[in-house]
Ligand binder design. Structure first.
Ligand SMILES: N[C@H](CCC[C@H](N)C(=O)O)C(=O)O
Length: 292
């Protein structure tokens, strides 16, 4: 099957964008994996799909598939690219749109400086509302949040990391580190991502607090491995940092792929706002095998 796609990136988190506003492609998980494959396909961290409005007051539906082919609830860097895509393709004349995701409605807005700001909705900090099995764990309270011990099996000696569990529609386990560059992301990221306490798996964030308005972040993403940036991961990390009493309400997040700015007023009813870049890299077409 021959399909057209647009390659985009937001702070180095890269995407294949597919237009299903006129017809559905009916792709399988294996075909999403093929598109994301950096040797046999196009190459991407996630595949983003644009679909028509599902309801009154909503402009588009937004689907997200990780490189491993699994569909997930939310993608923040992808939301900025989504807004840029639909505007540039003439699918909307609006600068601010409302988009339905599996995690609810988000609102990206193209800003005058060429970046995109997204109302990412409210964070969820209550472990009882997260796909996180806390049975038998004893949390350590700090500020307005709890840090939970996560024993990483397979390590000698067995390591335990203290994480803050945050959902931005998708699950994140955020830990504080002294220096992101020396953080054991490659070794412990997969152990956290696949930890049995997270039955839906989890995105693993490594947060270095530089100051009350500046942090550095690396994320080992569920279904994609370490990416150059993770938008929902940046939101989750800042929410965790504010909850721990370490950050102010507006924070610059330095990722390996670029700068994201996250703002959260600190109340559980308050939305998280993410601002950052969204760039079209190239247009293309590719022949997808029926059974890759
Ligand atoms: N790996 C994530 C989805 C993509 C999130 C990330 N690319 C972002 O910008 O938020 C998950 O499985 O929940």
């Amino acid at each position: 099957m021959q399909i057209r796609f647009t390659k985009m990136q937001g702070a180095g988190n890269d995407f294949v964008v597919l237009d299903e506003t006129r017809e559905r492609l009916g792709l399988t998980p294996a075909q999403y994996r093929f598109l994301a494959d950096r040797h046999f396909g196009v190459g991407a961290d996630q595949i983003l799909t644009v679909r028509p409005s599902p309801a009154e007051g909503i402009d588009f539906e937004y689907l997200i598939h990780n490189a491993d082919g699994g569909q997930v609830q939310q993608c923040g860097n992808g939301a900025r690219c989504f807004a840029r895509y639909v505007r540039d393709k003439g699918l909307t004349a609006k600068d601010r749109i409302r988009v339905q995701t599996m995690a609810g409605v988000i609102a990206p807005e193209l800003t005058a400086d060429g970046r995109v700001t997204v109302d990412m909705g409210r964070p969820v900090l209550d472990p009882a509302r997260l796909p996180f099995d806390t049975a038998g764990l004893v949390p350590v309270p700090q500020g307005s949040v709890k840090k939970w011990p996560l024993a990483l099996d397979g390590q000698a000696p067995q390591a335990t990391v203290m994480i803050v569990a945050v959902s931005m529609g998708n699950p994140h386990a955020v830990q504080l580190v002294d220096d992101v560059d020396s953080a054991p992301v490659a070794r412990t990221g997969p152990l956290i991502e696949g930890h049995p306490r997270f039955p839906q798996r989890v995105n693993a964030g490594y947060l270095q607090v530089v100051g009350r308005t500046e942090v550095r972040l690396r994320v080992y993403e569920r279904g994609a491995g370490e990416t150059l940036a993770c938008g929902t991961g940046a939101c989750a990390a800042v929410v965790a940092g504010i909850g721990l009493g370490l950050l102010d309400a507006r924070v610059d997040v330095h990722t390996r792929g670029g700068l994201l700015t996250i703002a959260w007023a600190g109340g559980l009813q308050d939305p998280v706002f993410m601002t950052g870049p969204a760039t079209t890299v190239f247009e293309g077409q590719i022949d997808i095998p029926e059974t890759p």
